[in-house]
Design a binder for this molecule. Structure first.
Ligand code: MN
Ligand code: MN
Length: 285
């Protein structure tokens, strides 16, 4: 474990924990700007910025028992990363913990979804569709996240929100990953978008994978592949609440601290982790 601090409020031991946090400092398949490996440290540090009370949910985060596992190793090969993430995540999921992963790049979601088997649907918030078969020589690239999930969950259990950058290859195939663009969300609203996604997917439980570049770079500039015309940060908060009782797990990925000198992107990422924890707390308490 190479990390300095635990997530704020993560004072539980493993056995009594409701929620399980794992940092995955992996960015070896990054296609544009590397640096996401530094995000777990910066996001944990940003977590100390917040009050413990979530008054809009009517609860205290300390009412939730949170365990922070620390970081897994920063491996070079995606295959090693896959094994390492599975080593920590599989038991936590089996033991019924609500899992929160702090990337790292978006590829860290691939082994997490495998740990869930075929029991959940994957909802992503992302500027990108990430549905390539392979990218830059690996099938475990951050550009292949939804495609890998669709292989074992089925194409009707994968849905992407906020998409505004796709390749022709991803759109010109029979099994296009379900998606709603940021342009449509601007027109029709986040409630419509989340409800459409929740009605489309077949499985009841929904895992939310937040690629921070889904949010507009005006609010989340510190990311490896910034893409204009993104989602409003408040809409993303609302989306987590709308998933509500169906929320099965959460990750936040693609925060790139070297591209985030003010630290505001890490602050936003930490706040979304708190939001997911608060929604989970609301579900179980
Ligand atoms: Mn992504
Ligand atoms: Mn992205």
């Amino acid at each position: 474990m190479s990390y300095g601090i635990s997530y704020a409020g993560a004072e539980s031991d493993y056995d009594s924990a409701d929620a399980f946090i794992l940092g995955i400092p992996y960015d070896r398949t990054s296609s544009f700007k590397a640096g996401a490996r530094e995000a777990p440290f910066h996001i944990r540090r940003a977590s100390y910025n917040f009050e413990e009370i979530h008054f809009e949910h009517g609860l205290d985060l300390p009412s939730l028992n949170i365990f922070d596992q620390g970081n897994c190793e920063d491996f070079f090969s995606p295959e090693d990363m896959m094994d390492e993430v599975g080593f920590f995540m599989a038991p936590a999921i089996r033991d019924g913990k609500f899992t929160v992963a702090i990337g790292g790049e978006h590829s860290v979601n691939i082994p997490i979804m495998r740990c869930f088997g075929d029991d959940v649907a994957l909802l992503t918030i992302d500027a990108h569709l990430d549905s390539r078969d392979e990218y830059m020589g690996t099938v475990y690239s951050h550009a292949c996240v939804t495609r890998r999930a669709a292989e074992h969950l089925g194409i009707d259990n994968v849905f992407a929100l906020g998409v505004r950058s796709v390749s022709r290859e991803e759109l010109e195939r029979d099994d296009v990953v379900h998606h709603i663009t940021s342009f449509e969300i601007k027109e029709k609203g986040i409630e419509w978008a989340v409800r459409t996604a929740l009605e489309t997917v077949e499985n009841e439980r929904v895992y939310l994978s937040l690629d921070i570049d889904g949010i507009d770079p005006a609010f989340a500039p510190g990311t490896g592949t910034p893409e204009p015309f993104g989602l409003d940060p408040m809409d993303v908060k609302k989306a987590i609440g709308l998933i509500g009782e169906r929320l099965a797990g959460f990750d936040v990925t693609e925060v790139c601290p070297p591209a985030d000198p003010s630290g505001i992107t890490s602050v936003l990422a930490a706040r979304y982790i708190n939001e997911a924890l608060a929604v989970h707390a609301r579900n179980i308490i």
